[in-house]
Ligand binder design. Structure first.
Ligand code: IPM
Ligand code: MG
Length: 372
């Protein structure tokens, strides 16, 4: 097996701590890899006006995969106020680096497996095993937004939206617009990724999550595309549900669901819901996957209040590392790693605070490493 090139992007807050934990485990597995540190996050926004500097983009162009910790994101005005004095007032706008990374590298699949490991005191119910496929590049994340609505657009909208008239009477700074953009191409490829996964792992059902009864153009198209793609997989059942009902039903009976696929924002929402059912922040892991590059991360944020305490649960990041091993073709190591996580969770001797224990981030990593 060749030597893998891996970009190592700790980011903000506890990002570095959970990546340190993942590295302990990867080193114990003797992964043949070169790890290259990359700058990303709040510190670079403040100092350079860019949380995702060009040098990090260039780094990502030359690697096989990346591990990413977490990023602190703040609303536009709060972000501007923290810029170093010489950068203030230049019209710099903070945009989430992870969202940019997903778009820039066309990491169109966001895969979030949510599995209840036996013995985890945080499981909502036992044996939950849900796989969420979230479209990762467009939808309400497309970045087409207007804080102050341009005149031309306001005029067009007031013609189009007769029953909803505020555009005619409001001044442009009294409303804002965020545009939801979905393409057939991206809808098709995420749905196909969900079905391919279902086929490979003999899963029975793919549920499309949408709001096509109200958001008819975009979600309607997503659902229509899903129905077309599903015809290529006659052995897998196609099911669909509105996002609101889906949240209710998932809680009521998670066993009715198997593989879920959704446009970006609904995928963001249901993946948190599903993660919570299998242990919450400490267990939700995520792969941002494109054709050439994939970036793996815990689903949780940078938890600034815990930064420096080595307190948070690194299992989410360790499971993200397991996903990275699969992407790199290191399936045997991935299996061994998941088995080690399962054993540690089942034994229950080492537990971080979220699991009701007192163990620290790196204790958990060493406990997993000891099983390898
Ligand atoms: C996630 C996060 C991000 C998102 C944030 C940090 C921009 O919630 O990865 O789910 O909304 O995609
Ligand atoms: Mg999220």
């Amino acid at each position: 097996m060749k030597r893998h090139k891996i970009a190592w992007l700790p980011g903000d807050g506890i990002g570095g701590e959970v990546l340190e934990a993942a590295r302990i485990v990867l080193d114990k597995l003797n992964l043949n890899a070169e790890y290259i540190d990359g700058d990303i996050g709040w510190e670079f926004w403040r100092k350079e006006g860019d949380p995702f500097p060009q040098r990090t983009i260039d780094l990502l162009k030359g690697v096989d995969a990346a591990m990413f910790g977490a990023i602190t994101s703040k609303p536009v005005k709060a972000a501007e106020s923290e810029l170093s004095p010489e950068l203030k007032g230049k019209g710099l706008i903070y945009r989430s680096p992870i969202v940019r990374m997903r778009q820039l590298f066309d990491l169109y699949i966001c895969f979030r497996p949510c599995k209840a490991y036996e013995g985890n005191p945080l499981n909502y119910k036992e044996n939950i095993d849900l796989a969420v496929f979230r479209e990762n590049t467009e939808d309400l994340y497309a970045g087409v937004e207007f804080n102050t609505v341009p005149d031309e657009l306001a005029k067009t909208l007031s013609k189009l939206s007769k029953p909803f008239a505020p555009f005619q009477s409001l001044s442009p700074d009294q409303y804002a617009i965020s545009v939801k953009i979905n393409t057939r191409k991206s809808s098709e490829r995420i749905v196909r990724a969900a079905f391919e996964f279902a086929k490979k792992f003999r899963r029975k059902k793919v549920t499309v999550v949408h709001k096509a009864n109200v958001v008819r153009a975009t979600d309607g198209m997503f659902l229509e595309v899903a129905r077309e793609v599903a015809k290529e997989y006659p052995d897998i059942q196609l099911d669909d549900a509105n996002i609101d009902a889906m949240c209710m039903w998932l809680l009521k009976n998670p066993y009715n669901y198997d593989v879920l696929v959704a446009p970006n924002l609904y995928g963001d929402i249901i993946s948190d819901l599903c993660a919570q059912m299998v242990g919450g922040l400490g267990f939700g892991c995520s792969g941002n996957i494109g054709d050439k590059l994939a970036v793996f991360e815990p689903t949780h944020g940078s938890a600034p209040k815990y930064a420096g305490q080595y307190k948070v649960n690194p299992i989410a990041t360790i499971l993200a590392a397991k996903m990275m091993l699969e992407w790199l073709g290191e399936t045997e190591k991935a299996e061994v790693l998941e088995k080690a996580v399962k054993e540690v969770v089942k034994e229950g001797k080492v537990r971080t605070y979220d699991m009701g224990g007192q163990s620290k981030t790196l204790d958990m990593a060493h406990a997993v490493a000891a099983k390898l």
